[in-house]
Design a protein around this ligand. Sequence first.
Ligand code: GDP
Ligand code: ZN
Length: 356
Amino acid sequence: MDLLAAHGWSSYFAQHLGADGCVPARVISEQRDRYWTVSATGELPVELSGRFRFEATFPRELPAVGDWLAVRLSPDDRMGMAIRVLPRKSVIARGTAGRPAEEQILAANVDTAFIVTTVDRDFTVRRMERYLSMIWSGGAEPVILINKVDLCADHSGLMAQTGLAFPGVAVHALSALHDHGLDSLHGYLGSARTSVMLGSSGVGKSTLLNRLTGQHLQRSGDVRAADQRGRHTTSSRQMFVLPGGGLLIDTPGLRELSLSHAASGLRRTFADIETLAAQCRFRDCRHRDEPECAVLEALDGGLLDRSHYDNFIKLLKEQDYQRRRGDPAMNARTKRRWKSMTKELRLMQEFKRGEE
Ligand code: GDP
Ligand code: ZN
C-alpha cells in the first residue's frame, strides 16, 4: 500500500482533488498556522496560502488534524501551500453545529470515535449521552469503552445499563492497564481507518494509546524535517500509525474538549422528546412551565424518564449559554482580517502615489 492509501486516501477524496496540479496531503499535526502532513512522497510541512487565510470566514474552514488538503508544492518539493481542504467525511467538533462562528474542528475524517469511561465515578449515562450527541452530529461512529473493569467485581450491570440506554451502540469492557479486552478493538483499528478517543482525564486514554501503539509514547514524539530554508523544525505528532495499520488521532484539543453538543446530535439522542415536542401547543415551547406542553404531560404521566428529561433541559440551557457568550476566537479572526485588509489598502495607495 502506498503512503496515501495507508493514511486513508480514497476515491471519495480523489474525486474532489481537482485538476489544477495540486497534490493531496493529510494533516498529522497542527501548530498555529503551520501544518505537518503526509503526502505521497513523505512528510511535508504545509502553510496556508494568503488567499486561503483571507477567504476563511469561520474556524471550521481551516484545516484540522485528519484533514486532506489540496496542496501546491514548492519548486523543490520540500514545502507545500494549502489551497483548500477537501470535503470532510466526518468531524469531531467543539461548539454548536449550525452556528459556524462557534464551531471548531478538532479532528476530521474520523471513522470511529471511542468514548472512554470507567467502572468508577466517571461512569454516567448523562456524560455518555453528551459525547454521543457530539459524535453523531459530526458523522463518526461511536463506540463506548468501559475501562478499568479490573477494579470492579462484576461489570455486567454497567454493560447492561449502557446497552439499554443506547441501543445499537457497541460497548466493550476493557482493562487497558492489564491488557485485557483490547482484542475487541482490532475491528475498528484496521488498516487506514481513523479513530479518536474521547473521555475525561484519568479514564485511561494514554494507557490505551500506549498499549495500542505497542510502545511508551511521549506526548511530544517529535516529527523533524527541514523547511525551505533548511532550518529544522519540530512539531508534536498528533496522528499515530498503529502496528495494525490503523490511525489514531490524539490532539491537545481533543484532550481539553469540554463537552459541548451539537443541535442535530441532540435531536438524535433525544428523539423521543423531539417527537413529543412536536405536539406541544407552542412551537417555541421550552418544556419547562408552558401550558399544554406534551413533554411535561408525558413526564407527569410517567411516560418519560425524569433523568432523561433533566438531561435534555440541562443541555438546552448550556446551549443557550454558549450561544450568548459569543465567540472570542471569531472576534479575533475578524480583527486580523481587517488588519490585513487595511494594510493591503495602504500598500495599494502608496503604490499608486509612487506612479503619480
Ligand atoms: P488519561 O488521562 O485518560 O490519559 O488517563 P491515563 O492513561 O493517564 O490513566 C490514568 C490512571 O488510570 C493511571 O494511573 C493509569 O495507570 C490508570 N489506569 C489506566 N487504565 C487502567 C485500568 O484498566 N485499570 C486500572 N486499575 N487503572 C488504569
Ligand atoms: Zn413543550
